[in-house]
Design a protein around this ligand. Structure first.
Ligand code: ADP
Ligand code: ASP
Ligand code: MG
Length: 428
């Protein structure tokens, strides 16, 4: 007998049929002798639809009310799934995030989990029920208000519950058969990865592969929760994200022991580029600028400073940030223009980021050469570059991003034998 946390994403519970299909799967899992806790996302694209509705009634909806609104999406699917399971003759109870003991800080829209006390979930499970928990939400102990964890946050709810309840595994059910070497919607020939280390999965998620929420991967690694990413539309074995990187590498006989192991290509369209033009080239200015941006609760990603043209005494500083944080960062920078003494700010949302992820890349110059050669052969111009031990990222224009992803994927011979199946979802 095992203890399994199963998380079903929006595309798996998009309509009544989907909810009934998921209900059967949950009941089957329980009938095989397992204790099951289920975490659900909002149906289909309903979170986006709620966001659109909010934009129609207000230019600047209060963050507290936004969380009240968005948390409703998951409440709808949790109750419907409980009904569908009960209709099959099993017994299920649904719980909101706060009923399930998901305690967060008070930062609406990107709340962080500070405590998980799932007493009611434990009681329900011990009674033989299936416990269904609304993903992506919690409650702040300070304000007693409902919070949400940020887009894609149901994955993190699932792992946090799996860790607190000491589950054997956390299964993330979605609309593809696992983690692929690239998004199968962009690269149909992408290959499914059987096992991936949590470090590489972290880089993939941080680079925009939205198959898993970044914080879910971090949490799973910290608490040693094995993750199994798989499709709710098939019974194929999915991708295992292993908590320890050492478990992963299997070297075939005759293979060189030190060689880069490329895990995949990720892309991201959710960032914008800000360029602060004509910054006085004196010590302290970069700190001032990033202090201002941090004060607006913005996460910065890539940073480039252009060398000042000789004698001008001024320089340009560019950085990328999530589009959703763009307005706040621009407002904060605008207010400080006179104090910082820069000349202008440029803002561009039509960018895309592409990242190649794999162990042992930094120490292998051939990898960078092959990467940049592939991009130049495909006619893709590069705007910004950043690297880490196991990642190379570039910013390109948004309209060339798909071409760039396919070119790099092909250059590193990552294609699989068969075309990947995308079972559902809009990719939104
Ligand atoms: P869910 O609704 O189940 O949360 P998401 O839309 O958040 O699903 O995540 C699944 C999607 O992630 C897939 O449909 C796919 O388009 C996208 N994706 C991006 N990168 C990858 C990758 N490397 N492997 C698999 N899927 C990926
Ligand atoms: N429903 C939320 C979203 O669409 C959370 C999630 O699906 O994980 O972002
Ligand atoms: Mg998701």
């Amino acid at each position: 007998m095992g203890f399994i946390v199963q998380k079903f994403g929006g595309s798996s519970v998009a309509d009544a049929e989907g909810i009934k299909r998921v209900a059967r799967r949950v009941v089957d899992t329980q009938a095989r002798g397992n204790q099951v806790v289920v975490v659900v996302s909002a149906m289909g694209d309903s979170t986006d639809e709620l966001l659109d509705l909010a934009a129609q009634v207000s230019n600047a909806p209060h963050a507290r009310e936004m969380d009240m609104l968005l948390s409703a999406g998951e409440r709808i699917s949790m109750a419907l799934l409980a009904m569908a399971i009960n209709a099959l003759g099993a017994s299920a109870q649904s719980f909101t995030g706060s009923q399930a003991g998901m305690i967060t800080d008070a930062i609406h829209g990107k709340a962080r989990i500070i405590d998980v006390s799932p007493h009611r979930i434990r009681t329900a499970i011990e009674k033989g029920d299936v416990a269904i928990v609304a993903g992506f939400q919690g409650m702040s102990r300070d304000s007693n208000d409902i919070t949400t964890l940020g887009r894609g946050g149901s994955d993190t709810t699932a792992v946090a519950l799996a860790a607190a309840l000491k589950a054997d595994v956390c299964e993330i059910y979605t609309d593809v058969d696992g983690v692929y070497t690239a998004d199968p919607r962009v690269v149909p020939s992408a290959r499914k990865i059987d096992t991936i280390s949590s470090q590489e999965m972290l880089e993939m998620a941080a680079s925009g592969a939205k198959i898993l929420h970044l914080r879910c991967v971090e949490y799973a690694r910290r608490f040693g929760v094995p993750l199994h990413v798989r499709s709710s539309f098939s019974h194929h074995e999915g991708t295992w994200v292993l908590p320890s990187p050492d478990d992963q590498t299997t070297i075939q006989e005759g293979e060189p022991l030190e060689q880069p192991i490329i895990s995949g290509v990720a892309h991201d369209r959710s960032e914008a580029k800000v360029t602060v033009v004509g910054v006085p080239d004196i010590p302290g200015k970069a700190a001032e600028i990033f202090g201002i941006v941090a004060g607006a609760h913005t996460n910065i990603d890539m940073i480039v400073q252009n060398v000042s043209t000789h004698g001008s005494g001024r320089t340009d500083i560019s950085f990328t940030l999530p589009i959703v944080d763009g307005a706040a960062a621009l407002a904060a920078l605008g207010e400080a223009q006179a104090r910082v003494g820069y000349e202008a700010v440029d803002y561009n949302e039509k960018i895309g980021k592409l990242s190649l992820i794999g162990a042992g890349m930094r120490s292998n110059p051939g990898v960078s050469y092959r990467f940049f050669r592939a991009l130049s052969d495909a006619g893709v111009n590069i705007d910004m570059i950043s690297t880490s031990e196991i990642r190379i990222s570039v910013v390109t224009s948004a309209d060339l991003l798909d071409t760039a992803v396919r070119a790099v994927h092909a250059a590193f011979e990552l294609d699989g034998d068969a075309a990947a199946t995308v079972y559902a979802g809009s990719g939104r």
